[in-house]
Design a protein around this ligand. Structure first.
Ligand code: FAD
Length: 276
């Protein structure tokens, strides 16, 4: 496959998880990712683990993108964290608003990701390649599809270089989003985020939370497999490979895999895409 790939990880919480992620990364590096990104708990809850994982990736000679969420943050703390990232040699940031757990007030000096993007640009110039999030199926809290598209365009206008989408299973939503964003002048590469399907319950839980739609036929097929994990995985590989083929054939600028710190499904999808 000639399309650039990137892999997303979350910071492990246990020494065992750290070891497993190291093995996952080594397995995935043979696909020569453009970069590997590490998520960041809103409110800075995973900051230490995120920065540590980013450091390890850089030490392995691979470009690393640090996710960075601003909800609840102050300009002064963000300024300090940006200095730490620059000193570490990080060149790419995924700039996000983030979601605070319920019960936390929004607080902080940033309201939207566009505020963070503008702040990073004003503080650090062109030091970072800034990625932002895009929602082909519309962010669950947005007032309307149109408002969400405008919010995306505002992030690009504030200085984002490119975007990674929330995962989706309907390629038409992605194509439509890219066309509409481009019409608003938000003409940056929009890389589809791809979630391999390995577990029905996990997928249903995530999708309900982030507003990604599971098409009825996929939901019903997954429900029909019950606890038969082998069938779920096999079906998931077919569905996601077909989606990637559709996207790659249409000329997407890259594919970003939400690996969930596992190598097997992503590796198999990439193996199946090799003839492309
Ligand atoms: P924004 O772009 O600020 O949008 C948030 C909401 O506000 C949207 O509904 C938007 O329409 C609306 N909005 C934006 N600007 C305005 C405005 N000016 N006026 C009115 N409404 C506005 N979460 C984490 O906690 N950690 C991570 O590491 C993480 N990584 C992610 C990576 C990717 C690729 C994606 C797609 C999501 C990720 N998330 C992560 C989830 C993300 O933090 C949530 O989806 C969050 O709710 C929105 O973040 P955002 O940066 O898209 O926010």
């Amino acid at each position: 496959m000639n399309v650039p790939v990137s892999f997303e990880f979350f910071p492990p919480k246990t020494p065992d998880g750290v070891e497993k992620l190291r093995a996952t990364r080594q397995a995935l590096y043979r696909h020569q990712p453009e970069f590997c990104s590490v998520t960041f708990g809103a409110g800075g809850s995973t900051q230490e683990g995120t920065f540590q994982t980013v450091k390890e990736i850089l030490g392995e000679g691979v470009a690393a993108a640090c996710h960075f969420s601003c909800v609840g943050a102050t300009k002064s703390t963000v300024r300090q964290q940006l200095a730490v990232l620059q000193a570490m040699g990080v060149k790419r940031i995924v700039a996000l608003r983030g979601d605070l757990p319920s019960g936390y007030g929004m607080g902080g000096e940033f309201h939207y990701a566009s505020d963070l993007v503008a702040f990073i640009r004003s503080e650090t110039g062109a030091a970072f390649h800034i990625e932002v999030a895009a929602y082909p199926e519309i962010h669950p809290q947005s007032k309307s599809a149109d408002a969400d598209l405008k919010a995306f365009a505002a992030k690009v206008k504030a200085g984002a270089n490119s975007a990674i989408t929330q995962y989706f299973f309907n390629a038409d939503a992605y194509f439509r989003f890219v066309d509409d964003a481009s019409r608003l002048g938000a003409d940056v590469p929009v890389v589809p985020g791809i979630m391999p399907i390995t577990s029905s319950t996990q997928l249903m839980r995530f999708s309900d939370a982030c507003g990604a739609e599971i098409p009825r036929w996929i939901r019903l097929r997954l429900q029909g497999f019950g606890d038969d994990t082998a069938s779920i995985k096999s079906f998931g590989l077919d569905v996601i490979t077909d989606l990637c083929v559709q996207l790659c054939t249409a000329g997407v600028p890259g594919i970003h895999f939400y690996t969930m710190n596992q190598a097997a499904a992503t590796t198999e999808i990439l193996r199946r895409l090799t003839p492309l």
